[in-house]
Ligand binder design. Structure first.
Ligand SMILES: C[S@@+](CC[C@H](N)C(=O)[O-])C[C@H]1O[C@@H](n2cnc3c(N)ncnc32)[C@H](O)[C@@H]1O
Length: 330
């Protein structure tokens, strides 16, 4: 183990974020500042997931309007045996963007993995979840990999030579542009290709009626608004900036032409924010683009998987079709 890695009970944590911070903090900070100074301003959705952001995401998943989580879980339950048979058992199970690990938890009894690897940028969330998982599955070695996979999926050290089942649920792939998604899937494919018997189980939300998508990302209780606005508090901690949360409002809507839901924070009044000692004026109505969530027809996503080098695809669909789960092999 390296200096930034540690053992916590029976759980091992590989902290690639600590290594990154040490090597590269200035570049991370510069990228965040550059996005916020741009017109239009933007930031990476990876900044959503501080402690409060993870809790708010958990609350979003329980909202009546937010159908993707419920739909995906229902698909997993309905086709559990068939999907488990396609995947096989006894492989490494690698959960990308694992969060609270609840979705993976439901698969462990059916896949009997040789080890469970939870990959995420949110350290405290992963450590908490793995502590729970280790008690429930004492026979399964647990590894947490704290990393930012938006740059590179650096898992060589974390994986053994055994076959791997990658698990990427929640339609999180939609946070990448289609080109970025293809590049990310290529990295997963490459890790699969050198470990025969490997594959990717991935959930993908479909293009659909604008009213349903608008409601899913702008709920009546305002939980998604709180999730979006909370990113400003996180950015204030990272940059030492002075964003006033009350000076912005949440915007979340489906852009049918682009095939994606967009989330923005819109200035409610003209104001100035101090970014690294330099004032950044925001006009009333000016927006910070905080997230895209691309939606795919099943055939569009199948074609993306093929472009990334996956050749053998199976899929399961929710009525609508609202949502698709793919199992893809090289
Ligand atoms: C939408 S949540 C999905 C959580 C869970 N897999 C589910 O389906 O309910 C996205 C997860 O990906 C993690 N994440 C976001 N950006 C990341 C990045 N660049 N690198 C690693 N993890 C990231 C977040 O911390 C969060 O736990």
């Amino acid at each position: 183990m390296g200096a930034s890695d540690h053992l916590q009970g029976s759980i091992q944590i590989l902290d690639r974020l600590g290594t990154r911070r040490a090597q590269d903090e200035a570049a991370e900070r510069a990228a965040l500042l550059a996005g916020l100074r741009n017109t239009p301003a933007s930031l990476s959705p990876k900044y959503f997931y501080d402690e409060l952001g993870c809790a708010l995401y958990g609350a979003i998943c329980r909202l009546p309007e937010y159908y993707p989580t419920r739909t995906e879980i229902a698909l997993f339950q309905q086709y559990r045996a068939e999907i488990a048979q396609a995947i096989g058992s006894g492989k490494q199970f690698v959960d990308l963007g694992a969060g609270d690990c609840c979705k993976a938890e439901s698969w462990l009894p059916f896949l009997a993995p040789s080890r469970y690897v939870a990959v995420d940028i949110a350290g405290p969330e992963i450590t908490r979840a793995l502590t729970r998982m280790a008690q429930e599955f004492p026979g399964v070695p647990m590894l947490g990999v704290l990393t930012d996979f938006s740059r590179t999926l650096d898992l060589d050290e974390a994986l053994t030579k055994e076959p791997v089942t990658f698990f990427y649920p929640g339609s999180s792939i939609g946070n990448f542009t289609p080109d970025e998604a293809c590049a990310f899937l290529r990295q997963v494919q490459a890790l699969c290709a050198v470990r025969p018997g490997s594959g990717l189980l991935i959930g993908v939300d479909s293009k659909k009626d604008k009213a349903r998508l608008d409601a899913a990302y702008d709920d009546a209780l305002g939980v998604t608004a709180a999730f979006n606005l909370n990113v400003l508090l996180h950015v204030n901690r990272v940059l030492g900036s002075d964003f006033d949360v009350r000076g912005f409002r949440h915007r979340g809507f489906y852009n049918a032409e682009a095939g994606r839901v967009e989330m923005h924070l819109e200035a409610t009044r003209a104001q100035s924010v101090c970014l690294d000692g330099v004032a950044r004026p925001f006009a009333a109505g000016e927006r910070i683009h905080t997230e895209n969530s691309y939606k795919y027809l099943a055939e569009e996503f199948a074609s993306l998987l093929c472009s990334a080098g996956f050749a053998d695809l199976s899929h399961w669909q929710a009525p609508g079709p609202d949502y698709t789960v793919f199992y893809a092999r090289p």
